[in-house]
Design a protein around this ligand. Sequence first.
Ligand code: MEV
Length: 485
Amino acid sequence: MTISAPGKLMLFGEHAVVYGYPCITTAVDSRLTATIEPTGDGKVTIDAPGVKDTRFVDGAITLATGEWHIHHNGFRLSTRSPFSGCYGFGSSSAVTVATLKALASVFHADIDERKLFDAAYNIVLSIQGIGSGFDVASAVFGKTLYFVAGGKVIEPLAAGEIPLVVGYTKVKSNTVEIVNMVAEKRKKYPEKVDRIFQGIAKIVDQAKEKMLSGDWERAGRLMDFDQEYLRDLGVSSEKLEALIAAAKRAGAWGAKLSGAGCGDCMIALASPDKRKAVEEAIAHAGGEVVCVKANAQGVRIDPPARLDSAKRAGEAGTTDDQDELFVVVDRNDNILGYKTRRECHHDPSVIHRTVGVLMYDAKGRLLLQKRSMTKDMEPGLWGISAAGHVTRGQSDEEAAHRELKEELGIDVPLTFVKKFITVNDQESERAALYQGVSDGPFRPEASEVSDIKFFEPRQLRLLAASKSLKMTKAAEQTFHEVGIL
Ligand code: MEV
């Protein structure tokens, strides 16, 4: 069974919330998963590659087997997170919540959301020593919450769709250190710091009202005021200020840091017509645009992967991982951020990086491949020799060699040909084209490729003209780009 819990972003009220004032937090649709498989061997095996600090998972297992009296005869726990170690989306809270919920669900303990929140908050607090618990509340309850420390108030806000833009500074913050630094400051200057907290608390209450009435322009202005207080508190940074200023110059209604500060993410509110400009401005100022939606669902049991994808129109039976992160760029190939395969393949306004390889044999014939019937786009059509997407953290050339190995089972030196943009009614790609020479032997990957064949360029032209070879749109465009068609 797989359980997933969302990440979070603080919208208003960070730091003040630690001292009993309210805040507004939202859950984001980037989800950490915890999978439990009973093994029957009496052992507990943990596979948590992205989790730096295993105390949260250990704490959850100890609490569930102790306080909740969960009995088991061995299990394997695996966690996966798209956001551990960066963004400040709250991976420690999410992994604690997801592990507790997974244990309760698999071993039949009747735990409601409040009990889950209290248990997870106790674990997080006992490890970190400080914290309001808003991140735990977001992981458990999801949506957008008006929250008071320790869960004294957990009130869902029907805030509608939040026009949020998120930029990562690429600098990792240490929340506990920053919260302790603020505590020191408060000891030294109690009046000044408490005045800041009271100011922030007022902003939170006004922001709640504006969000409920959908007045995002005023909510944006309140973000600016909140940011002024946070700057006074000493938790902003040059990088945060640069991204915030860039977002504002590009027309955002307002912008602020989100979370502990000194790094991690900034957030902005922007109208739909300014969104793209704000994202590009953040990217040009050196930030990474993080493509997440607010108001995500709280912790939940995820359906088995295949069933889940079968439910989504057009993805039935696909072997492609729909959550793989692709690189999103502007028309000049500057990175704007990252989006999932699913998002990229259903929105032509999003340009994502792809690579293509033209593989010739010694006689100058070009190798084409027939896409397998399990591909999510254009199954059964003939495409160029090898092609694929550039995933997060990968260069074009690395992606081209990876596709060559994965799809054709070979690797040869490649030379760069050109870059161009292709657009159709479903997607937009920034293609980087490479070429190489090989007579094989090729070992096509059956899940990707159902057939391969060499064609003389002249023969290709005739087949294309008579429409007797069904080609992918990308292949047709590529052949036009290099003058084959
Ligand atoms: C950190 O993401 C937010 C703080 O308010 C700490 C907390 O609420 O636990 C600074």
